[in-house]
Each structure stands twice: as C-alpha cells, then as structure tokens.
Design a protein around this ligand. Structure first.
Ligand code: PMM
Length: 261
C-alpha cells in the first residue's frame, strides 16, 4: 500500500504532493514500483494535527483518485468522513481506509452500498490529543478486541467479511513501548482471520530508535525492518512511503519463508 498524502502538513511528506499533477504522477509511480493500492489522504492524522473542512478534504483527494482510477491504478481513500468516502468511491476508489474505525455512523452504509473494501484502524483518543497519555492494561489484547468488535459491527451493517481488514494503528494513541509490543505480536492479530494492515513507515517511534536527528525521510531502512518482521508474522499489507524498497523486502522475505509468488 503506497502512501499518497495530499496535505500541506503531513509529518513525513508534508506539502510535497499538494499539486494535483505531482500527486497523480507520484501515485502512478508507486503503482509501477509494486504497490497494490495507493492510499490517498487529504487530512493529516499526524499527532496534534487539526482537522480540515470536508469540502477541502474532498477537493484534495477526489481529482487524484479519479485520475489514478482512469489510469487503472487501484486506490484507497484515507478518510474518517462518510461524505468524503462516498465521493471517493464514486470517483473510483475501491477501499476506504478509516483510521477512526467507523466513528462516522454513515461510514458503514457508504462502504456496504458500494461493495468497497474497508480498513479498520485502532486509535486511542483522537489525533489532536492521542499522544498525551496513552494507557492500556494489555495493549495487544485490547487493540485486538476493539478491532474484532468493529469488524463485527461492519459485518452487521452489510460489509462482507472478506472485504474487511484490520490495523493496530501504530503511533495512534500508543507509547513507544506499546508500538513495539504490538509489532512483536502482530501474529496475534493475524489469528483473528482478518487480513492485517500495518503502517510504520517513517514514524516517530523509529526516530526514537534511530535518534531524533534522523528525519522521517531517512527512516526507510528502519521501516524495512518492520516490514520484514510483519510479513514473517503473516501481515497482509504494509502502508509505506518507499514502495520500491518495501516491494523488494516483501518479495525477499516471502521467498525465504517459502511463500514466494
Ligand atoms: N498512518 C497514518 C495515516 N493513515 N492508515 C492506516 N490504515 N494505518 C496507519 O498506520 C496510518 C494510516 C499516518 O501516517 P502518515 O502521516 O505518514 O500518512
């Protein structure tokens, strides 16, 4: 899954793809490099980020999704708003990546009506405040329970089980230790039977490991370590900025594991 943030303030590629044409060609390039899905987002979920108006969010993502769809590039829309999701699905997106896991009550109907896929992500709190004091008893068990509950709700609303994926939400209301514990225990999420998605690419916890002087764009090798370990545990999809690198890692890891394509 290739990251295509069309926002002026996203933490790792902020501002770079604000221009619609640049975003379209970057998305097409990620597809050529091996992404199965281009994840187009118009609202930053970076810790502390404020929210944008739905109209503005739609204006950012819809032309990019439509253009990629017309070139046969599969896209997901990274949004928490049903109104944006509906428009994106109409413009040609095939999957809704909802980091709020159906907080908008109209989201499940929007996905169900179109037969689209759905990624349900776990987040404690909301982006503005989520890193203030994340707390869990048993982070792996609690995140898994939450995601299975949300998936059951999605199914009840008419979304087919085989169209639903789950994501522990690395960095979303989690301390450094919570993130590492989740990454060590992804196999636990895989055992639920839902395809598991993870997004570790260039995130702050990697900066903590590497040293805060290593900026997001220089954290790809560290991201690669998480990709290999996630695939080994049975994760179905990794959301990354550097698709060319992740595709090589994925193919190599799968070949070693005897799961080569
Ligand atoms: N992370 C970000 C945004 N969307 N979606 C899913 N499913 N999983 C994630 O971990 C995730 C996401 C934030 O990262 P970015 O600002 O680099 O896009």
């Amino acid at each position: 899954m290739g990251v295509l943030n069309v926002t002026p303030d996203s933490f790792s590629d902020g501002g770079q793809f604000e221009n619609v044409d640049a975003a379209i060609s970057h998305g097409a390039m990620l597809f050529e490099q091996g992404a199965g899905l281009i994840d187009v987002g118009g609202e930053s979920t970076r810790p502390g980020a404020g929210s944008v108006e739905p109209e503005e969010e739609g204006d950012r993502v819809l032309p990019v999704i439509a253009a990629l769809a017309s070139r046969g590039v599969p896209t997901s829309v990274d949004t928490t708003r049903a109104i944006v999701a509906r428009a994106a699905l109409q413009a040609g997106a095939g999957v809704v990546n909802d980091v709020s896991a159906l907080r908008d009550p109209d989201m499940a109907p929007a996905v169900a009506e179109t037969g689209a896929g759905l990624v349900l992500m776990h987040m404690q709190g909301e982006p503005r405040t989520m890193q203030e004091q994340p707390r869990y008893g048993d982070v792996v068990a609690e995140v898994t329970r939450f995601l299975v509950e949300r998936a059951a709700i999605a199914e009840k609303e008419g979304i087919r089980r085989d169209r639903i994926a789950i994501d522990p939400g690395i960095g979303f209301g989690k301390t450094f230790e919570h993130n590492l514990e989740l990454l060590r225990n992804l196999h636990f999420l895989v055992e639920t039977g839902y395809p598991v998605v993870i997004g570790t690419s260039r995130k702050t916890f990697l900066g903590r490991i590497l040293g805060e002087n290593v900026p997001p764009a220089k954290r790809d090798a560290a991201t690669g370590a998480t990709v290999a370990l996630a695939i080994e545990q049975g994760v179905a999809a990794v959301r990354v900025h550097n698709v060319a690198m992740a595709a090589q890692i994925a193919r190599t890891t799968e070949a070693i594991l005897g799961r080569g394509r």
